[in-house]
Design a protein around this ligand. Structure first.
Ligand SMILES: C[S@@+](CC[C@H](N)C(=O)[O-])C[C@H]1O[C@@H](n2cnc3c(N)ncnc32)[C@H](O)[C@@H]1O
Length: 511
């Protein structure tokens, strides 16, 4: 027995996790066969407790939280105040973002060894900070942004704001809904990826870039499968997601399920998840980091990343979206790009919505659905008897579009829908604004109506900023800051937002 114990701990020290699990398993079996029922802690029970605690460490390193937690719990059943098992259990729960439960373990460990080391105190401080962030959502990326994204990525925690998963009558299946009125920029959720995979695509030939993406996808699928196989909790979360068809009959999970803290252990029931189910789920729910409704903070522009963020996957697409995403490390932060009323469905765009109806239809087909949003429904009916404008040369004339809208009595927000559909035309037109002069509406008027339709978007901000070089005033700066807040969210405070969107330069001119 002594020999086995020495061999196992040597393997653990050498970080040979698989072998160490094997030898500890033999050691634990042997201990159990020698154990006798005694009210006092016998030497063999102590050895068993330590063996379980060490095997938990090896399981944890092999990213197998279920087995690691089970070992820690068994060790703590033998010796409820076992320091190493308390510390180990705390670290596993911390890695699963269960900050309150982890904090309890670390505090109990500290009671056992009050002179304890910096690591334990460090964990306690981190848990307190992350637990508070996950309760309040008071994230602040200002310093990191102002520092040019240098240094360590800010520490984030999972957060679920004023949102609820409900049936989406307008779009499809389930969706995420606001539970109170909120203004643009408000953070609604922060979720850590089950897995992400990234590659750099710069200077690649088209074929090898495609290959790089395929390799990346394969590795991403392997990662998700591995995590799902090893952790009941992850399997349970993934199995709430839509496999694509028959969304109307899908169950509506409790939003509380995504607040992690509720589940003390890794799960009692065993959700079924075949590899076919998993592939379908990944097909429908994986997000590309660098898409139009997202910004990746702190990474270079040739970077391509994909990931699975479970709660964010309940957000449906709309061509008049009201939310955007920020990708920071392995986290996605979803914030509003428009003011939103209680009960409204939250949506972001899966593809570019500053495009005409036909192009958007093509894109939603490649995603495997046809879009049911209000803008698409309006445009479907609208274009039926108006071939003239529909077939307009794409690089064509803003003037004709605006005149046609007057003739057809298009007003209010529907003007924004159509301008968004011809955004390419407006963007080109305003680049040569002198040519059009007063015959076309001012760019800020168009930008505002398009933003009202599709929410804040970097390209709208760009046109606004370009025009500010011609006529910049306090009002324009305020307008740009409002748009910027919708693009980046309130997690990027005023100071760093100014530098991100380049308002500083304009301000120097105004004041
Ligand atoms: C990531 S899931 C979104 C959540 C999903 N509705 C659910 O119940 O889990 C993506 C799927 O939702 C549906 N969907 C999303 N946006 C839609 C839209 N605008 N119109 C129709 N279906 C949509 C499509 O079936 C799509 O494959």
């Amino acid at each position: 027995m002594q020999e086995l114990r020495l061999k196992a701990s040597e393997l653990l020290l050498r970080e040979e996790w698989h072998d160490s699990v094997q030898v500890y398993t033999q050691f634990i079996t042997l201990c159990r066969s020698h154990i006798c029922n005694s009210p006092h802690l016998t030497k063999i029970q102590r050895s068993l407790c330590l063996g379980l605690s060490n095997r938990a460490e090896a399981h944890f390193r092999l990213r197998d939280p279920d087995k690691a937690l089970r070992d820690c719990n068994q060790a703590l059943e033998i010796e409820p105040t076992h320091y190493k098992s308390l510390l180990g259990k705390g670290r596993i729960l911390f890695a699963l973002n269960r900050y309150s439960a982890a904090l309890l373990c670390f505090k109990s460990a500290l009671l056992e060894d009050p002179q304890s080391n910096e690591t334990l105190n460090g964990y306690i401080e981190k848990c307190k900070k992350l637990e508070s962030l996950s309760r309040t959502g008071a994230f602040d990326l200002t310093d990191w942004v102002l520092n040019g994204f240098r240094g360590k990525t800010p520490e984030l925690a999972e957060y679920v704001g004023a949102v609820k998963i409900k049936r989406s009558d307008e779009l499809s299946g389930r969706g995420l809904f606001a539970t109170k009125n909120m203004d643009a920029g408000t953070l609604v959720l922060v979720t850590k990826a089950i897995a992400t995979e990234r590659c750099i695509l710069s200077n690649e030939e088209e074929d090898s870039a495609e290959n790089a993406q395929l390799v990346m996808w394969k590795s991403f699928i392997d990662q998700v499968s591995d995590s799902a196989a090893k952790c009941t909790w992850i399997r349970r979360l993934i199995s709430t997601l839509s496999p694509g068809d028959d969304e109307a009959s899908l169950e509506i999970p409790e939003t509380e399920l995504f607040k992690g803290e509720l589940t003390e252990e890794c799960g009692e029931s065993e959700p079924d998840l075949s590899s076919d189910d998993l592939l379908n789920i990944l097909d429908v729910n994986s997000l590309v980091e660098d898409s139009v409704s997202a910004k990746v903070l702190g990474k270079n522009s040739d970077y391509y990343g994909v990931g699975l963020w479970v709660l964010a996957s309940f957000i449906n697409h709309s061509c008049i979206p009201n939310s955007r995403r920020l990708h920071v490390g392995d986290y996605v932060m979803v914030h509003l790009s428009k003011d939103v009323k209680a009960g409204e469905e939250l949506t972001f765009s899966y593809f570019d919505v500053l495009l005409p109806l036909e192009k958007r239809k093509e894109m939603s087909q490649t995603w495997g659905f046809s879009c049911h949003c209000r803008r698409c429904r309006f445009e479907e009916g609208f274009w039926a008897d108006k071939q003239e404008l529909k077939e307009i040369d794409f690089g064509g004339v803003i003037f004709r579009i605006e005149e046609a809208m007057k003739r057809w009595n298009v007003r209010g927000r529907e003007k924004g829908y159509l301008r968004a559909s011809f955004w390419g035309v407006y963007e080109d037109g305003y680049a040569s604004v002198k040519r059009w002069g007063r015959r076309i509406p001012a760019s800020d008027v168009v930008v505002e109506s398009v933003a009202e339709a599709v929410g804040s978007d970097e390209r709208l901000l760009k046109v606004l900023m370009r025009d500010m070089t011609n006529k910049s005033g306090v009002l324009e700066i305020e307008r740009a800051m409002k748009l910027g807040k919708g693009v980046y969210g309130k997690v990027v405070k005023k100071k760093s937002l100014r530098s991100l969107i380049g308002v500083e330069v304009q301000e120097q001119k105004v004041y």
